[in-house]
Design a protein around this ligand. Structure first.
Ligand code: SF4
Length: 397
């Protein structure tokens, strides 16, 4: 695992941030590479061919393209990665105390994504979604940022805070959605659609961001699309379900890359439908920030609440309802239960666990602070171009 990964491995140096780290760290590199599939197959799937013409049709009607098979293959491989064991809870208090002491000594701020393990969230200075945490990273007074999340998030923090040291406790913390497109594939896609505006979801590598005109989060994706003149052709990547939802709410045709997150793709419409039958009074909250712009959105219908992590927490706090169906990675349950005590949160799929988010354990976080591992570096030229797309995203948010 990452302990054997040289610290010099640069998350984005190869242009495949998380994948490059994981390739050497978690083993199944060759499988993962081949799972990405030949660009041509994925390209044809993503282009506005017959599958895209049926974008308003049921998801199954869009799944005949060959790129879908590649995406599913990657998802299956990612889903097969075992979840890191949780460790002994009896050791948590001492480890957390050690981590807090080290953070003070090393002038470090600890940021944790809402999908991290509860014990990691509990020791962090700030918990939230990737955009929220990146903004904190840019303004925090500490000289070191330890990002308990996945590689593209740490990269984003580094791009927005180039003068700070950014550490990722486990370099194998990747993202199947970010891995759905390489920078080479994006360049080829752009060549096939000259003049198109490229809008990338934030779950992408630094190199892909650098080839993009805009980044977006789930929270502002609609506003970003609306900000682009209607006569411009838009390439949207990498989450196909977010792209399809955007087509629906903006009334525009997009050319969509067929990527997906294995965790959210695993939350099936049948899961949502079953829980809606079993808990008819519950409110359905869908969190699209981390690729949860999956088929569940279409299955849920227009009365589902599509919310960012922070929006979901705020909504649960203010809502008069006492039961909520949660369609996203289950790590968020810890935060929801903390912020809205006394309310009931039911995951529509308890198996929606991101193995990458669970790689950061308390011992790894302690070691990250102790040994300064693993520093995230983004080549200056890539960072400069990626920053433009990110700053447009932040300006529109
Ligand atoms: S939940 Fe999905 S989108 Fe989020 S980090 Fe994990 S693999 Fe990536």
């Amino acid at each position: 695992m990452s302990s054997a990964t040289p610290a010099s491995v640069r998350a984005s140096a190869s242009g495949r941030a998380s994948a490059s780290g994981r390739a050497s760290a978690s083993g199944p590199a060759s499988g993962r590479e081949s799972a990405s599939g030949p660009a041509s197959g994925r390209e044809s799937a993503s282009a506005p061919a017959s599958g895209r013409e049926s974008a308003s049709a049921p998801a199954s009607g869009r799944e005949s393209a060959s790129g879908r098979a590649s995406a599913s293959g990657r998802a299956s491989e990612a889903a097969a990665i075992p979840v890191e064991p949780p460790g002994d809870p009896a050791t948590f208090p001492a480890l957390q105390a050690e981590i807090r002491d080290l953070a003070r000594e090393r002038d470090a701020v600890i940021l944790a994504h809402s999908y991290e393990r509860p014990e990691v969230q509990d020791v962090a200075d700030h918990v939230g979604d990737s955009l929220h945490l990146s903004r904190i990273a840019a303004t925090a007074p500490q000289s070191t940022i330890v990002f308990c999340g996945v590689a593209f998030m740490a990269e984003t923090a580094k791009i927005l805070s180039p003068q700070k040291r950014v550490l990722l406790p486990d370099l194998s913390a990747g993202c199947s959605l970010a891995d759905s497109i390489t920078v080479e594939q994006l360049r080829q896609w752009k060549r096939e659609h000259p003049g198109a505006v490229v809008v990338s979801y934030v779950n992408t590598t630094a190199a892909v961001k650098a080839e993009s005109d805009y980044c977006c989060t789930s929270g502002n994706a609609r506003a970003v699309i609306d900000a682009i003149p209607r006569d411009r052709h838009i390439l949207f990547l990498p989450d196909m379900f977010l792209g399809l939802w955007l087509e629906r709410v903006t009334g525009r045709k997009l050319t969509i890359w067929l990527g997906e997150c294995h965790v959210h793709a695993g939350i099936r419409p049948a899961d949502v439908e079953r829980w809606r039958r079993e808990e008819p009074g519950a409110e359905l909250l869908i969190h699209p920030e981390c690729g949860c712009t999956s088929q569940v959105i279409e299955a849920a219908g227009d009365d589902a609440h599509i919310l960012s992590t922070e929006g979901m927490v705020t909504y649960a706090e203010r809502s008069k309802a006492d039961t909520f169906l949660i369609a996203t990675e289950v790590g968020i349950l810890h935060r929801l239960e903390q912020k809205a005590p006394g309310k009931r949160f039911v995951p529509v799929n308890r198996e929606a666990v991101c193995q990458y988010m669970k790689l950061t354990t308390l011992p790894k976080l302690r070691d990250s602070l102790l040994h300064g591992v693993y520093p995230i570096e983004v080549p200056v030229e890539i960072a400069a171009r990626a920053r433009v797309a990110l700053e447009r995203m932040i300006a529109i948010a």
